[in-house]
Design a protein around this ligand. Structure first.
Ligand code: IVH
Length: 683
């Protein structure tokens, strides 16, 4: 190659690499495989080594430092960013209001004010201000840790860089929703089409893609807007009500939703919901429901939170969107727990802005109830993030047989697939399961996918595709193997390359120390979701102690009573946990995993309260608070609340009408307090 050819080739390679970078990092839409990409870079590096004087300042090889890493710095939220519980109909809204009153120990007919406002379908962001100046902006992330997108959020006109007006607290974290209006979205897509790029599926995706740009100048060109509706850390109070607090955001320069209204009865809340529903199509931006919040901030404080959502708010969702399409075939999938799930393959159709081509049919009873067959026209529905469902067959199903059965052998491994019979009730389980456990490739692979998923080990770059490949190659047979992967070998695989192998290595190594709750959740024990895992972690604090307790916890032991006593852990969880940890094979798998990763202790409750670390049992009728509020208060002070009295109980709080628990506590010589004495102790 002569110099002039080299110059041309360098230019062409640089352009190709930059275009690939843009698609990969800016549009989340890679055009090349990793191997193809690495080949281009290698060729460029070689040419530049041969002709160093042809290296330009903006060559992709010269911008390694600035090379988009695809990652932002992390920001730990000082106050967790939570989600909302949903109410799917008027009845659930009525129940929400009643539940709030019960918790606060208010009479059923007490007046209680709520705000109601649209639930915007965008993505939430947190903006921190110090002395009125914007310091940083972050995405929600997993609620605890988000991404630092300050530079991008700064480009939004609706994000004040300096607050206007006066009276803001020195530290003020405003939270709200980043979204794109319909008109802007259409224009954005027209531009995509013109540029020969793929269209965005919906405004929410477009907003997410635009906010997570590595280059803020790209975000600046995107029509993002921000609605302020709640807050995180504050150095001083905002107001005494939700309504006034949000109004103050308006005075300080934020855009606040004009449809936020104050109500004092369930009827008027629901009337407002229907008003917003009527207006929905004309609002100019996507909303997916109406959010109700207890207006009085002192009451919000008392109500607090349950796992990931506040007790003082609820999202009243709009009904699911429906559509009619053809069911082309019924496939069977095998999940992490071996459940055989029939899946409807559909002629693709757009429902509520998203293309749907699969829907769940749940189980064989459901298919028999629907009397659905391939070739049928079916009505489907999609609500929020849940898997689309088949609602009914369009047309006559009279006289159709009702004997659909799923295969009685696992379609993946061929082992028996059975419907368990509950020993106690004699009832046949609706779910048919493969009996092969982790020896079934489908169960193993689904288990790994769960293990690395966002709420578990959260390993970037280890997705379904990679797991399936590593499993097929025999490289991962159990979780510990993930931490023993050979990255040299990986870099030589088709579709990989040095870059992605080394990124994967970093991502895996970053997870060698992991939170107790994530670790437990990752194990994929049945009935142990993120919420239970968190409660368990807070109760036992160290994984070692927890595992020892699981092995010791036979019915009748203190360890068993202790486990049963954890608020939010029921018999289903208990038997699943004991079943898991009493299996020698599982314990060996966990032990090998512990040889690779360190499980961090859960945070010990603050020990500056007189009840911290103590096990407390409430019994009888409480008069000042509801039982739930009393429990939550005790837990927030670092006490463990148990449902049963045992030798481990430190304090029994007994109200009028206390019976057998009081008797047992007296026998065991446990300290017993009245409600007033308890209040005095913790005040
Ligand atoms: S309040 C502590 N108000 O919905 C709860 N959230 O499903 C704070 N959202 O993560 C949330 N509009 O991203 C609230 N008017 C609104 C909202 C809203 C949209 C989002 C928010 C939240 C999600 C929960």
């Amino acid at each position: 190659m002569n110099e002039s050819d080299a110059k041309k080739r360098i230019k062409a390679l640089s352009q190709e690499i930059k275009a690939a970078d843009a698609l990969y990092y800016q549009d989340d839409n890679p055009a090349l495989s990793d191997a193809e990409y690495d080949a281009l870079r290698r060729e460029l590096v070689a040419l530049e080594a041969e002709y160093p004087y042809l290296i330009t300042k903006d060559s992709p090889t010269q911008n390694v430092g600035a090379k988009p890493s695809g990652k932002f710095a992390k920001i730990t939220h000082s106050v967790a960013m939570l989600s909302l519980d949903n109410a799917m109909n008027d009845g659930e809204v009525t129940e929400f209001v009643a539940r709030v009153k019960r918790y606060l120990n208010l009479p059923e007919d007490a007046d209680l004010a709520f705000t109601a406002e649209p639930k915007i379908d965008g993505l939430s962001a947190a903006l921190r201000y110090e002395n009125g100046k914007l310091i940083y902006g972050a995405t929600r992330g997993d609620g605890k840790v988000g991404e630092d997108v300050t530079a991008n959020l700064r480009t939004l006109e609706t994000v004040p860089k300096q607050l206007t007006g006066s009276g803001w607290p020195d530290v003020l974290e405003v939270r709200g929703e980043v979204y794109i209006e319909h008109g802007d979205f259409d224009a954005m897509n027209a531009a995509q089409v013109k540029a020969g790029k793929p269209e965005y599926k919906n405004p929410r995706n477009a907003a997410a893609g635009s906010l997570r740009q590595i280059d803020p100048s790209i975000t600046a060109g995107r029509p993002l807007k921000f609605f302020a509706y709640t807050w995180g850390e504050l150095s001083g109070p905002l107001a005494d009500t939700q309504f006034k607090a949000v109004k103050r955001f308006g005075e300080w320069g934020f855009y606040i939703n004009p449809d936020m209204k104050l109500h004092d009865s369930v009827e008027s809340i629901i009337a407002h919901y229907h008003e917003i529903e009527e207006k929905r199509a004309g609002l100019g931006y996507d909303i997916d429901g109406v959010v109700y919040k207890v207006n009085d901030l002192a009451l919000q404080e008392r109500l607090g939170f349950v796992s990931r959502a506040p007790r003082w708010a609820v999202a009243h969702k709009f009904p699911a969107e429906k559509a009619i399409t053809t069911l082309e075939a019924i496939d069977v999938q095998v999940g992490r727990t071996g459940a055989l799930t029939p899946v409807a393959r559909l002629t693709p159709i757009t429902v509520g802005g998203v293309v749907v081509s699969n829907a769940t049919l749940h189980n064989e009873d459901e298919i028999n109830r629907l009397k659905v067959k391939p070739g049928d026209q079916v009505e489907i529905q999609r609500a929020g993030d849940v898997i689309p469902q088949v609602l009914r067959v369009i047309g006559d199903v009279e006289g159709r047989s009702e004997d659909f059965t799923l295969p009685t052998e696992c379609p993946i491994c061929g082992a028996d697939a059975v419907r368990d019979v509950d020993e106690k009730t004699g009832r046949v389980d609706v779910v048919r399961r493969c009996t092969n456990g982790l020896s079934c490739p489908a169960q193993a692979i689904e288990g790994f996918k769960h293990f690395v998923s966002r709420r578990a080990f959260d390993i970037d770059g280890l997705g379904a595709k990679q797991i399936e490949l590593f499993y097929e190659l025999g490289w991962v047979k159990e979780p510990a193997d993930i931490f023993k992967l050979d990255f040299d070998a990986i870099s030589k695989l088709e579709g990989f390359g040095e870059t992605s192998a080394s990124n994967l290595k970093d991502a895996i190594n970053a997870r060698r120390a992991i939170d107790f709750d994530r670790f437990l959740y990752a194990l994929g024990i049945r009935h142990i979701g993120q919420g239970n895992a968190n409660l368990i972690a807070k109760h036992y604090l160290s994984f070692e102690r927890f595992q020892a307790a699981m092995q010791a916890a036979e019915i009748g032991t203190d360890a068993y009573a202790d486990l049963m006593g954890i608020d939010g852990v029921g018999p289903g969880q208990v038997s699943a946990l004991l079943g898991f940890f009493q299996s020698e094979n599982n314990r060996a798998i966990v032990a090998r995993l512990l040889g690779q990763v360190e499980v961090k202790d859960a945070e010990a409750p603050s020990n500056d309260s007189p009840v911290s670390g103590k096990t407390v049992v409430f019994t009888g009728k409480l008069e000042r608070f509801s039982r739930d509020e009393a429990k939550a208060k005790a837990q927030s002070l670092g006490a463990k609340v148990s449902g049963s009295v045992s030798a481990k109980t430190d304090i029994l709080v007994a109200g009028p009408g206390a019976g057998s628990k009081l008797k047992k506590a007296t026998e065991l010589g446990i300290k017993t307090l009245t409600e007033d004495e308890w209040l005095e102790l913790i005040s």
